[in-house]
Write a protein that binds this ligand. Structure first.
Ligand code: NAD
Ligand code: USQ
Length: 406
């Protein structure tokens, strides 16, 4: 309803690509609750990868059909679900845009796990094929549709690289003097740390090109690591519960630690735990997307880039916090990844702050850690414990070193 909308924003028709996933599902619900008309597109590839890896979401997630029906019952709002592969079903995508004429497309539909993308030849090739083709198809379909659709993409802080720049990481662009003396504003140098993160750098070039050539409005959100499970919307009904990944490939660090704490498993810190990363709670992911959709760049403006993080935290400090709260030990493992053992990280997030985001911070919301822990404890019997330790290695040498250490 109109009364639920933020002041000044109008309800929009929004296609959410990847709307069955960990970030996409709660975001779809939030957008719907805010009065927007939401169409979820997903090919359920993430659920298929669960089958491939032999473990699934710790929380029992319902089928998209059941989820959408449950939401209708709870909220009185309809949402549609379309099963379509963004990387392969190009014609269907164009037809969807022509039939629905969306104001915005939110693009979550990518293979997003760095460890999975390093697992082997099959996964490296799949990640690049799926992510780069999907983004290119989306942009070509927007051009071909002739519609002024705002593309909002979920990118990653990982495009900047960690421990390379020194000083505060700006929002997307840096001011430089080019050889010859001309001042310019260019994309921050890309320094990816996995095949997955590399696809996000390639995405950024695709956005830059189609924005320049075809005038597409693009917002690229460089998001940090997401933690948490439920949001004020997913909590309304058991059938709306969000996905919770805990395995070595898809589980992200803080949720893994909280879950390990709840199960009494020693916390899996890679290396010394000196890695510093950007973090954001899942509830704020949804809020940020709504803000981004409501604030498209002007026609003719270059790609708009926001850093979507609430705070930076050190992996070792997270482990200590969870260990204190749960009493479990910390297990310092040989790092399966190739990354800086320790890094500082300072990140600008003034754009979201300026648009009204007052993000959830871990320190002042430790209750949320308990909430995630409660969920982990509730569904503990669904955990496949053999899937907790890392199962993907950045290269053969690293794999051999890790094996020698166990
Ligand atoms: P997810 O794997 O849970 O969700 C992605 C969804 O996209 C899945 O439901 C999957 O089935 C779908 N999908 C993948 N390829 C598709 C295709 N070709 N066609 C149609 N659907 C397809 O991942 P997530 O954690 O929700 O992440 C969503 C996005 O946010 C990703 O692009 C990721 O890079 C970004 N992101 C996530 C995090 C995080 O911590 N989870 C942090 C920063 C950025
Ligand atoms: N780590 C551990 N122990 C674990 C798991 C991870 O010490 O059990 C460490 C990793 O070595 C790494 C850090 O924690 O240094 C973060 O790992 P992660 O798996 O939580 O996050 P990452 O691989 O970076 O990927 C996740 C999402 C990805 C998103 C990215 C945002 O899966 O989609 O793009 O976070 S960012 O980190 O800002 O690049």
């Amino acid at each position: 309803t109109m009364t639920m909308m933020a002041a000044g924003s109008k309800p929009k028709k929004i296609v959410v690509l990847g709307g069955d996933g960990f970030c996409g599902w709660p975001t779809s619900l939030y957008l719907s609750e805010k009065g927007h008309d939401v169409i979820i597109v997903d090919n359920l590839s993430r659920r298929n990868i669960d089958n491939e890896l032999g473990c699934s979401s710790l929380t029992p997630i319902e089928s998209p059909e059941t989820r959408v029906k449950a939401w209708e019952k709870v909220s009185g709002r309809t949402m549609r679900f379309v099963n379509l592969d963004v990387a392969r079903d190009y014609q269907e995508l164009v037809q969807l845009f022509l039939a629905e004429k969306p104001d915005a497309v939110v693009h979550f539909a990518e293979q997003r796990a760095a460890p999975y993308s390093q697992k082997g030849a099959k996964q490296k090739r799949y990640t690049v094929d799926n992510n780069v083709s999907g983004t290119n198809n989306l942009l070509v379909a927007v051009v071909e549709s002739g519609l002024d659709i705002h593309v909002v993409h979920l990118g990653t802080m990982g495009v900047y690289g960690y421990g390379t720049s020194g000083g505060e990481i700006p929002e997307g662009y840096i001011d430089v003097i080019l050889p010859g003396g001309r001042p310019s504003s260019i994309l921050h140098p890309a320094y990816p740390g996995s095949v997955y993160h590399t696809t996000k750098c390639l995405d950024a070039l695709l956005f830059q090109f189609y924005n320049k050539n075809d005038g597409i409005r693009v917002t690229d959100l460089h998001q940090g690591i997401v933690w948490g499970t439920n949001t004020p919307q997913t909590i309304k009904d058991e059938r709306l519960i969000n996905r919770f990944d805990y395995d070595g490939d898809y589980g992200t660090v803080l949720n893994r630690f909280i879950m390990q704490g709840a199960l009494g498993v020693p916390l899996t810190v890679y290396g010394t735990g000196g890695q510093t990363r950007g973090f954001i709670h899942i509830t704020d992911t949804a809020r940020c997307i709504e803000i981004a959709v409501s604030n498209p760049p002007q026609a003719g403006e270059k790609v708009q880039i926001f850093n979507q993080i609430a705070e930076t935290l050190r992996v070792g400090d997270l482990a200590k916090l969870v260990a204190e709260k749960t009493g479990v030990d910390i297990n310092y493992l040989k790092n399966p990844r190739l990354e800086s053992a320790e890094n500082e990280l300072e990140v600008a997030n003034r754009k979201f702050r300026g648009l009204g985001l007052d993000p959830i911070l871990l320190d002042s919301n430790l209750g949320l850690v308990d909430e995630v822990k409660t969920i982990a404890a509730k569904y503990a019997d669904r955990c496949v414990r053999e899937k907790i330790l890392p199962a993907s290695f950045w290269n053969r040498r690293r794999e051999a070193e890790c094996e020698a250490n166990t």
